[in-house]
Design a protein around this ligand. Structure first.
Ligand code: 13P
Length: 341
């Protein structure tokens, strides 16, 4: 539980606002078992962050893997990687604060060089983005001349700059199918590349990157999660091929969200992806029974309300995304191509 610091105790005249905020948070977070006391401890943070947001002409974006207090407490726009990238081009505000991982914020900066893109903290990032550099892509292109390069959005700007088109889990299959070439370089997620090869019948040249959270899911663990209870199963495309072949559906979190919208009341559903997404679904769709995956991305979980508030009140240079303009322009082509799908 968060300890309320002296500096953000809400003044007496704002106690009514605080009470309303506690009720607002409780109406959402109690669906995950949060108590009133737990909501009381975070309400001063959400009130303060939401008021700074207005003062600073800023929108807060959050990926669905963020914790529920961030998603339901302070975020204006919540979604998968594709939705976040698209929506970043549509908001009027000068500043975007991204609660997610760095490649998502970089993608927003690639698309919106005139905007200020902030992240609460830097340092640890996505295992996929960290697995590959622009130099690695250049080598692959030399080894496979003529093959187009699709890079997964979970990459840094230098990798996007070397690629023909970027993709997310939501549009990867469509993009592979619509390219006329039969041989395609797909970086860096080896599981996703192999899954796409199976789904499209194309010759996919892969790289050896993986998402530590989805890659760790084994068939044995899947069996345990299924628990002999009938349920619909939906796996993220970053899971291993042996997982994908044992589930009803495969795709990204945007596809899973669409599925939750049409699921029948009382239906039991297992989404094989990060637990933050499942928590979000439990709050948004209380009539559906979501099985916990307990899959945790530690990089996504590095954000919390005190860190976010601190980054707004005491910003450091590393909180602002900066990109070399030449790299950004080259990366823009790949990301902009992706937005057509
Ligand atoms: P989605 O785009 O499906 O939300 O996936 C993002 C991600 O990083 C998965 O690990």
């Amino acid at each position: 539980m968060i300890i309320v610091e002296e500096s953000i105790v809400i003044p007496r005249q704002d106690q009514e606002k605080l009470k309303e905020e506690i009720d607002r948070l409780y109406s959402k977070l109690s669906k995950l078992g949060w108590t009133k006391e737990a909501c009381e401890s975070i309400a001063p943070y959400t009130l303060r962050i939401n008021s700074i947001k207005k003062e600073k002409d800023m929108k807060i974006f959050a990926h669905s893997y963020q914790t529920a207090d961030i998603i339901f407490g302070i975020a204006d726009i919540v979604g998968d990687s594709l939705a976040l990238a698209k929506r970043a081009t549509e908001v009027d505000e000068e500043t975007i604060l991204l609660c997610g991982v760095d490649f998502m914020a970089e993608t927003m900066k690639i698309l919106n060089p005139e905007k200020t893109v902030l992240v609460p903290q830097r340092g640890r990032d996505c295992t996929l983005a960290d697995s590959i550099t622009g130099e690695d892509v250049r080598k692959l292109k030399e080894e496979h001349p003529g093959a187009p390069v699709i890079c997964y959005i979970n990459t840094n700007a230098d990798v996007k700059a070397e690629s023909d088109i970027c993709c997310t889990s939501a549009n990867a299959k469509k993009i592979v199918e619509q390219l006329e070439e039969e041989t395609i370089i797909f970086v860096p997620d080896e599981n996703m590349g192999n899954n796409l090869a199976k789904l499209t019948g194309k010759n996919i040249i892969t790289y050896h990157g993986y998402c530590r959270t989805h890659h760790a899911l084994t068939e044995k663990r899947l069996e345990k999660l299924l628990d002999d209870t009938p349920m619909k199963t939906f796996a993220h495309l970053e899971c291993k091929p042996e997982i994908i072949q044992n589930v009803d559906y495969a795709g990204g979190t945007g596809d899973m969200h669409r599925y939750a919208k049409i699921a029948k009341s009382g239906e039991k559903v297992l989404f094989l992806t990060e637990q933050g997404f499942i928590d979000r679904m439990k709050i948004e769709f209380p009539d559906i029974e979501f099985q916990d995956s307990n899959m945790i991305c530690v990089s996504m979980k590095r954000n919390d309300l005190p860190t976010i508030l601190d980054s707004l009140e005491n910003p450091k240079p590393e909180n602002t995304i900066q990109l070399d303009e030449e790299t950004r322009k080259r990366a823009f082509k790949a990301v902009n191509n992706m937005l057509k799908y």
